[in-house]
Design a protein around this ligand. Structure first.
Ligand SMILES: Nc1ncnc2c1ncn2[C@@H]1O[C@H](COP(=O)(O)OP(=O)(O)O)[C@@H](O)[C@H]1O
Ligand SMILES: [Mg+2]
Length: 232
């Protein structure tokens, strides 16, 4: 087995407990998940099942109450906040339901930002951003602001921003949740194409039809995870 088949995401026995007043809410209950390079997996579950909580942990945006998490071989729970920020910038690409584009910036300015944070020269960064936007069919929309783009176009800008730095993993939380059925197909098609080109994708969704477009489905119910064969 080649080295690139080692799991890039390796989360083990993840527990997340939220304290709300005097109540303890166990949102993730010993979740283990491995994602290999070049996988395109979906995590499917109903609202409130713990999907976004898991995505925040896999995305190094939040820490679990207990468990272990290795991302690209790094022991995430031992890292300091500045190291986590660097991992988020260099190893992960995020796509959210509400696109999360900066409204005052143009498409290309949004896409260039993660590269500027890395200290990449602006001219080089603009070139890379334009390449990615063109790849996603937005070559004619570089200087449009988010409110001058359709939902599907805004999400493609967000995907361009997620991939511009060549992340190890793309994490998408309900990426089609705000889109009509045509834009949903477009966005899924983009993920499938990116996966064919070698990108590793973790897509969270509550929509079974969307999940089926991935290569593998994990199910999440009440904070427990089940793989393809294992839903009770
Ligand atoms: N910061 C928080 N504090 C307390 N409870 C939370 C917090 N975030 C999420 N929850 C609760 O955890 C559960 C799972 O939420 P979430 O992970 O957002 O689910 P999903 O994304 O599957 O809809 C829900 O019951 C939610 O209300
Ligand atoms: Mg959610």
């Amino acid at each position: 087995m080649g080295e690139n088949r080692l799991p890039v995401v390796d989360a083990r026995d993840i527990v997340k407990v939220y304290q709300s007043g005097s109540e303890q809410l166990k949102v993730l209950d010993h979740v283990s998940i491995q994602v290999r390079r070049k996988d395109f997996i979906a995590i499917l579950g109903p609202s409130g099942s713990g999907k976004s909580t898991l995505m925040h942990i896999l995305g190094c945006l939040d820490l679990p109450t207990s468990g272990e998490y290795y991302l690209d071989g790094l022991d995430v729970l031992r890292l300091k906040e500045n190291q986590l920020a660097e991992i988020r910038n260099k190893k992960l690409g995020f796509v959210f339901q509400k696109f999360n584009l900066l409204p005052r910036l143009t498409a290309i300015q949004n896409v260039v930002l993660p590269l500027l944070y890395r200290g990449i020269d602006e001219k080089e960064a603009m070139k890379l951003a334009e390449e990615k936007l063109s790849l996603l069919g937005l070559g004619e929309r570089l200087n449009h602001k988010p409110n001058e783009l359709s939902g599907g176009e805004q999400q493609r800008v967000a995907i361009a921003r997620a991939i511009v730095g060549n992340p190890e993993v793309i994490l998408a939380d309900e990426p089609t949740g705000n889109l009509d059925s045509k834009s949903t197909k477009d966005v899924i098609g983009v993920f499938q194409e990116l996966n064919k080109q070698g990108n590793t994708i973790v897509m969270i969704t509550h929509d079974v039809e969307v999940a089926r477009q991935a290569n593998k489905i994990f199910y999440i119910r009440d904070g427990k995870i089940y793989d393809d064969g294992g839903l009770p």
